[in-house]
Design a protein around this ligand. Structure first.
Ligand code: PHE
Length: 366
């Protein structure tokens, strides 16, 4: 075969490659040229029957043919693949600026809802929201709060400890209450201070009313001339707004917390309605009773001093309340464990609309 014939075959095959518009057409051209019975393969086979002179003349031409065909197929394949990807991306494009045609799914968990409601209620009274770490050291969680190492309250807290200490040699733990946020706030902010601190807390405890992780909200006020009257008014105002009823009656019982002095446990009056505890009414009336709701007190002078403030100048009150418990009382769940099961039916039943934001003016739970 003449060199010019081989060039003609090459031109023909390259045209076919150029015309192949998809992967299977390219593969067909490849088989026809380079396959076992392909035209280029047949030419390569003729080399074996040639004289050495002929082979020296034709060999490079035939090998060049195979190489140019192979390269052309690879290039065409890459171009076709790129075009196919381009077309698929264009077909699957999503315009994020179009309005949604589906209502949002999912719901706001009652714990989140209640935290939002509480933030709204307390914002109206001038409280800011503060946060602190869930992995704490024992100084912030205990020592600074006037709970020394040997204090029985440390054992009472069923603390989850980490195996290693931090760089300062302090034992690390999962915070057992939100009270360490009191310390962190007093150490970084100048009074007057008015904060609430909602968040997760951890204790090694589990039954229908206790889970190893639960939620608290801490309140802290530090200012000049603060007394228990301010505490009682704040709690009454908060609980009336939260439960959305005016007949909330509180009872302050003397109690003990190392970080408050004096301390008071706060009970709220409730009645049974349709087999449920409904908060409201005076606990002294027939059919009513008292339920323990939160811990509180005047911030202990030693705690104020531990944070570098002068307790002769600054006084304050603090309180801590279980968010999950507040949610159960208002929205009627009776098993705390269900809060953390992630059961979609429970969430659909007790969850809140993702777009309804609690506001005092609109009714905080509406
Ligand atoms: N930290 C206490 C607890 O978890 C609650 C509390 C907070 C009591 C603030 C008094 C003042 O039980």
């Amino acid at each position: 075969m003449m060199t010019s014939d081989i060039k003609a075959i090459e031109a023909q095959i390259l045209r076919e490659i150029e015309n192949a518009s998809d992967a299977s057409a390219i593969e067909a051209v490849r088989i026809a040229a380079l396959g076992k019975a392909g035209s280029v393969t047949a030419l390569l086979k003729t080399l074996g029957g040639m004289t050495p002179d002929e082979r020296q003349a034709k060999g490079p031409v035939i090998h060049a043919l195979r190489e140019s065909v192979t390269a052309a197929i690879a290039a065409r394949k890459a171009a076709v693949d790129a075009a196919e990807l381009e077309a698929r991306l264009a077909a699957e494009a999503v315009d994020m600026t179009l309005p949604a045609d589906m209502a949002p799914r999912g719901s706001v968990h009652p714990v989140s809802q209640v935290m939002d409601e509480l933030a709204e209620v307390f914002a109206d009274m001038g409280f800011a929201v503060a946060t602190g770490p869930e992995i704490e050291d024992d100084w912030h969680n205990f020592t600074a709060l006037n709970i020394p190492e040997t204090h029985p309250a440390r054992a009472m807290h069923d603390t989850f400890y980490f195996p290693d200490k931090d760089a300062e040699g302090r034992a690390m733990l999962l915070r057992t209450h939100t009270s360490p946020v009191q310390i962190r706030t007093m150490m970084t902010q100048q009074p007057p201070i008015r904060i609430i601190a909602p968040g997760r807390v951890y204790r090694s405890d589990s039954d229908a009313t206790h889970t190893p992780m639960f939620h608290q909200i801490e309140g802290l006020v530090i200012d000049r001339g603060i007394h228990m009257g301010h505490l009682k008014w704040t709690l009454e105002t908060f609980l009336k707004a939260y439960f959305e009823r005016d007949d909330i009656v509180l009872r302050l019982r003397p109690s003990y917390f190392p970080f408050t002095e004096p301390s008071a446990e706060v009970d709220v009056g409730y009645a049974h309605e349709k087999g449920r505890r409904i908060v409201g009414g005076n606990g002294d009336d027939a059919g009513h009773a008292w339920m323990e709701l939160l811990g509180s007190g005047m911030v202990n002078r030693r705690v104020i001093a531990n944070c570098g403030l002068d307790p002769d100048e600054w006084q304050g009150f603090a309180f801590g309340v279980g968010v999950d418990r507040l949610a159960m009382l208002k929205y009627g769940m009776d098993d705390l464990r269900a809060f953390f099961d992630g059961d979609l039916r429970w969430l659909a039943h007790y969850g809140f609309g993702a777009l309804s934001v609690p506001t005092l003016s609109g009714g905080i739970s509406a």
